[in-house]
Every structure is written in structure tokens, then in C-alpha cells.
Design a protein around this ligand. Structure first.
Ligand code: TRP
Length: 454
């Protein structure tokens, strides 16, 4: 639907699906479990939930306000709402974060494609947990295979973006998202009934506060921003395609609930299974790739065809979830280059795809032959992940809340949140209060603690 020369999402459901499609992705199923494992389980999850509801949702509303009001890409948005000020740097930082995230994100998305192929070729059958660990390690450190998958994935995403078949995606996600959800529920059932799963469930439910330090807070906050696609103008860009009747608060709430539910359920697949087969919960980025194949093998040992079907379906759906998130990340940079530098959309998209391929290949190689090359003790892959999720996104979120809470005219904020007074938004005051005081202070305190500034 084109209104006033700018594309619009078709329906209310379309708005929620597109935003949820951006939010739900590898962040929920790959990153959330491994961060939970790194930071010790239940206590991390509780802090994470606090970050989602107290910081994430109000900041999401703030991004929506900026995007829908300005009707343009995230960097242009600040030019329009705050002409001639330095706020434009906030938008530019977001675009840069988008490039960096896209680069390591597509490496992992490429891994999911390899696992789709493995599953299709029945490659998991009869393997032991140790063999799964070994085969992942030799695959991810191979100089060629992951690189080829990453390039293939980015080309695929690119093709969809320039063809503008987002409509197709909007439609197909109406079927695929619920399907993914049902499959996840089935797998939770399988995983919690494995022998020895109980200690995994305890890991998720019994907080061990003795392990909580400032690191855990930064990790949980970073994960909340990453998972909700917040802090770099992604949802701001999407909101520029919302129409004037979209209820911003309700959309934020729906997206937050869907996203959180899927992450928690993913935890209930991974940890019971990991404890059951003796895989360490802090195995890092490889966690889901070494745990999940075991779930398929063990839970369906009596019915190998079920193991086959479920594993193929799961990896296909995971790759698609990664695809919808990738498209949203890509859109931020493409819309920026297209609208600010007057490049054609196609050329802008190529520029984004090309540079992310280059950076992505470097990230991928940094897990194998480039292992020795580190900065601050992190290889390139981990460095991009750390710098974006734990620094750039929360910093972006902090400035977004200051922008909407303090800089932007109160009337604009009110008009956007209540759709010119036509909606009764009970939490309006709470949102504004959080954006003004709570979010900037909380994020600031977590940063200061982490950096040992005091
Ligand atoms: N949220 C997505 C996920 O969980 C990834 C993502 C898409 C993202 N757009 C983003 C992360 C913008 C940070 C910022 O997989």
C-alpha cells in the first residue's frame, strides 16, 4: 500500500508481524540460550525480564514515535525532528551498528543453512553427543564452508529485498511464525522429558544470586536490546511505514510478549537437553548447534522418521526467522543510503550486501584460521557481537530515551502515543516517566559499573 509516496504496511496484523519478524530470530533461539548459559541461568533470566519490560518496551515506543512522526530512515529522522543538531549522529551510529550486526549475524544464519542440509541428508542419525561437538567445531573453523553459506544467505536476503517481495514475507510469516511456535512447544515437551532433564529445568528456574555481578547486568541488558531489535533505529525505520491508526503502545507490548515467550521456550529446549547429555551450559555460540541435534536423536529414537521431519522443519524455520530479522537490519542501512545519498534502492542494497559479505567473511574466518587475531582478547566475531550488543545498542537506547523524554516537544510525543488523543493509553505517564528518568539513569549506572568508572 502506498500512501503519500511512502510504502505502508497493509494491516494491523502486518505491522505486528513485520516487527515481530524483526525481533524474533537468532537472538531468541541462538543468542539467548548461550548468554543464559554464560551468565549462570535463572538469575540472568530474571534480570533480562526486568530489562525487557522496564527499559525495552518504553524505548520501543520511543523508537516508534520517532519513526512514525518523521516518516523517513533513522538518520534522516533526527534531521527532520531536530534539524541542525548533533542528534543526527545517533541515527548514524545506528546505521553503523546495523552493518556490524549484519556481518556476524549472517555468519550464524549461514550455519543454520548448513544444518538444514545436514538434516535433509539425514546427517544427524546415529551420532553421539561428542560427535556433534566435533563436527560443529570442524565445520565452523573450516575456511570455506561457512563462508559459502554466509554469502549464499546474504545473496538470498538481498534478492528478496530488491525484489520487494516483502509482501510475500508478510503473508508467509502469518503461517510460518505460528508453525515455528508449535514446533518449539513440541520440542520443549521432548526436551523436558529426556532423562536427567531436571537439572536443566532447575538451572532455568532456581536463581543463584551469588553469581550475579555487573557483568550479568550488562549481558542481560545487551541481550534485551538485541532480541527486541532496539537501539539502532531498526524499529524506528519500520515505524516510518506504520499508518496513522497503528496503536504504538499495544504493538510494542505484543512484540515484546511474543519475543520473550519464544526466547524463554528456547531455553526450555536447550538446557534440559544439554544437562541430559552432559554438554556444558556455557559452551558459547556453538550451544544450540551441538545440543539440538541430540534432542532430535534421543527424543525420537523410537521413530527416526519423526526425528528427520522435525529436524528439517526446525532448521528451515530457524533460517526463515533469521531471514526476516536480516531483512529488517538490511533495511535500516539500505533506506539510509537510498534516501540520504540519493542512490537507487538497488544500488544502496548492493552496497550494504557487499560490505556485509566482506565483513562477514572476516568474522567467519576469525573463528578458524584467523583465531590468533584478537583485539581486547576477542576475535572479530565476538568483538562485533560485544561492541554492538553490549555498547552501541544500550547507548543508542539511552540517547533515544533522552531524545523522546527531554528533547522532543511533549505535544508530539502525546500525539503519537495517543494517535492525536483518539486512544486512551493508561500507561502514557509511566512511559514518559521511564523515558525521562529511569531508562537513562539505569543504563548509565549499568555502564558505569561495568567499566569500573567508580
Ligand atoms: N532481534 C533480532 C533477533 O533476535 C536481530 C535483529 C534484527 C536486531 N534487527 C536488529 C538486533 C536490530 C539489534 C538491532 O534475532
Amino acid at each position: 500500500m502506498i500512501k503519500g509516496g511512502r510504502a505502508n504496511f497493509g494491516s494491523r496484523m502486518g505491522v505486528i508481524l513485520a516487527s515481530a519478524g524483526s525481533a524474533v530470530g537468532l537472538g531468541n533461539i541462538w543468542r539467548f540460550p548461550y548468554e543464559t548459559g554464560n551468565y549462570g541461568g535463572a538469575a540472568f533470566i530474571l534480570i533480562y525480564l526486568g530489562c525487557i519490560f522496564l527499559l525495552g518496551l518504553p524505548i520501543m515506543v520511543a523508537e516508534f514515535v520517532i519513526g512514525r512522526r518523521s516518516q523517513t530512515n533513522t538518520a534522516g529522522a533526527y534531521q527532520r525532528l531536530a534539524p541542525g543538531t548533533h542528534w543526527r549522529w545517533l541515527g548514524r551510529m545506528g546505521v553503523l551498528a546495523g552493518f556490524l550486526i549484519l556481518s556476524f549475524y549472517s555468519v550464524v544464519a549461514g550455519w543454520t543453512l548448513e544444518y538444514v542440509m545436514e538434516a535433509l541428508g539425514n546427517g544427524f542419525a546415529g551420532k553421539t553427543p561428542d560427535e556433534f561437538i566435533q563436527s560443529f567445531q570442524s565445520f565452523s573453523s573450516n575456511p570455506w564452508k561457512p563462508t559459502i553459506w554466509l554469502v549464499a544467505f546474504l545473496l538470498f536476503a538481498h534478492f528478496i529485498i530488491v525484489k520487494g517481495v516483502e509482501k510475500g514475507i508478510e503473508k508467509s510469516s502469518k503461517i510460518l511464525m505460528p508453525l515455528l511456535f508449535v514446533l518449539i512447544l513440541v520440542l520443549v515437551g521432548c526436551s523436558v522429558s529426556l532423562p536427567g532433564a531436571k537439572s536443566g529445568i532447575e538451572f532455568l528456574l532456581k536463581p543463584d544470586w551469588s553469581k550475579v555481578d555487573s557483568n550479568v547486568f550488562l549481558g542481560a541488558m545487551g541481550q534485551a536490546f538485541f532480541s527486541l531489535s532496539l537501539g539502532m533505529g531498526c524499529l524506528c525505520t519500520y515505524a516510518s511505514y506504520f499508518n496513522k491508526n497503528t496503536n504504538l503502545t499495544r504493538t510494542a507490548f505484543s512484540v515484546g510478549i511474543i519475543d520473550t515467550l519464544i526466547a524463554i521456550l528456547a531455553g526450555f529446549i536447550i538446557f534440559p537437553a544439554a544437562f541430559s547429555v552432559g554438554i556444558q551450559p556455557d559452551a558459547g555460540p556453538s550451544l544450540i548447534f551441538i545440543t539440538l541435534p541430540n534432542v532430535f536423536q534421543q527424543a525420537f529414537s523410537g521413530a527416526p522418521w519423526l526425528a528427520y521431519i522435525f529436524s528439517v522443519m526446525f532448521y528451515v524455520l530457524l533460517a526463515l526467522a533469521a531471514l526476516t530479522s536480516t531483512i529488517s537490519l538490511h533495511e535500516v542501512a539500505t533506506a539510509y543510503l537510498h534516501e540520504e545519498f540519493k542512490l537507487s534502492r538497488k544500488r544502496a542494497a548492493w552496497l550494504v550486501t557487499g560490505s556485509c559479505m566482506f565483513l562477514g567473511v572476516l568474522c567467519s574466518l576469525s573463528l578458524g584460521i584467523g583465531k590468533g587475531l584478537t583485539l581486547f582478547g576477542l576475535n572479530l566475531f565476538d568483538l562485533f557481537d560485544y561492541v554492538t550488543a553490549k555498547i552501541m545498542l544500550p547507548l543508542g537506547g539511552m540517547f533515544i530515551s533522552i531524545f523522546v523524554g527531554w528533547y522532543l516537544d511533549k505535544k508530539i510525543v502525546w500525539e503519537e502515543i495517543t494517535n492525536n488523543g483518539t486512544l486512551k493509553v493508561g500507561v502514557y505517564r509511566a512511559i514518559v516517566f521511564i523515558l525521562k528518568y529511569i531508562a537513562p539513569v539505569a543504563i548509565g549506572v549499568i555502564f558505569i559499573n561495568e567499566l569500573n568508572l567508580i
